[in-house]
Write a protein that binds this ligand. Structure first.
Ligand code: SF4
Ligand code: SF4
Length: 55
């Protein structure tokens, strides 16, 4: 099985889901509502990687 690096800490991913928590409400899983983003007429995002689904 492929080793996956944690996106927050210098360690292997342990599946703790901390990276999925909302920045504004730590009791909520992020649903991409955008409230934490200062989006005006246009916005840009940086893509740091693409993951392929294993079959
Ligand atoms: S699930 Fe936990 S260990 Fe895995 S990337 Fe997210 S924060 Fe890191
Ligand atoms: S997009 Fe919404 S749910 Fe996700 S971190 Fe931002 S405010 Fe929280």
């Amino acid at each position: 099985m492929e080793r996956k690096e944690c996106v927050l800490y210098d360690r292997e991913c342990i599946g703790c889901m901390e990276c999925e928590l909302c920045d504004l409400d730590p009791k909520k899983i992020c649903d991409n509502c955008g409230k934490c983003l200062d989006i005006k007429d246009v916005a840009s995002i940086q893509i740091t990687g693409i993951e392929k689904e294993e079959k």
